[in-house]
Design a protein around this ligand. Sequence first.
Ligand code: SAH
Length: 267
Amino acid sequence: MSELQPPTGGVWFVGAGPGAADLITVRGRDCVAAADAILYAGSLVSPDLLSWAQPGCELADSKGMDLEQLRAWLLERATQGLTVVRLQPGDPSLYGALPEIAQPLDEAGVPVHIVPGVTSAMAAAAAAGECLTLPESTQTVIFTRVEGMTAVPSSERLSELAKHGSTLCIYLSATLLDKLSAEMLAAGRAESDPIVVVHKASWPGAESILRTDIANLAEDCYKAGITTQAMIIAGPTIGARTRSDKAESRLYDQNFSHGFRQARDSS
Ligand code: SAH
């Protein structure tokens, strides 16, 4: 049972999760079920999620809309007192144009709520059976993208970020793979450094996982027909389950005390 009472009124930005309908949160599903009107991002949101909408709920796909149309659609319905859901892929806080869509609603005094979702980086890590942090290797994950049509601040180019040696979860870059590899090499990463690409993570019957390295990324994705909807994960944790040389977390170390357990040798 969700903590939150079923929504009434306002606009609810709901993270739909990465694809599989059952990866939306319970709260997100409650919002879908309570909505009078749902504007969903049809290019990345599964239509299966709409089966939870109540009969008579107005459904519209934002795929073909520009920003003005999208804002007007939400504002018009919310100001009539309807409960409106904006259903968007993954988590709404990442690459979702939330500020520019929410601002006119804020200015009109429409209550705006955000329901988090499972972002595609997490779904991709799960699909590939990978962890993103590893003791003594990296304790940091960076969510980023290669610069394409959308500018990326120069201090955040991959050629800079990849110098840290942290895990990189790279969104929106499946068409920029040569550039991605060139920037990683410029940052000092090796051609043989492993990369996992997950295409359509969690989508039933459509998910695929490709293991490659920096040198072969573009060619291998081309051969596999991966040109869209891909999460690219690079970093020193990739493949850790198959390596014997890794440091292990102290969390479960028998000689390590913490608030819930005494170390065996701490008498
Ligand atoms: N807000 C979304 C990201 C939207 S940007 C989120 O939190 O996941 C769209 C990009 O997300 C795609 O280009 C791709 O890189 C990634 N993406 C979204 N769904 C995906 C999926 N099911 N599998 C792999 N990558 C996905």
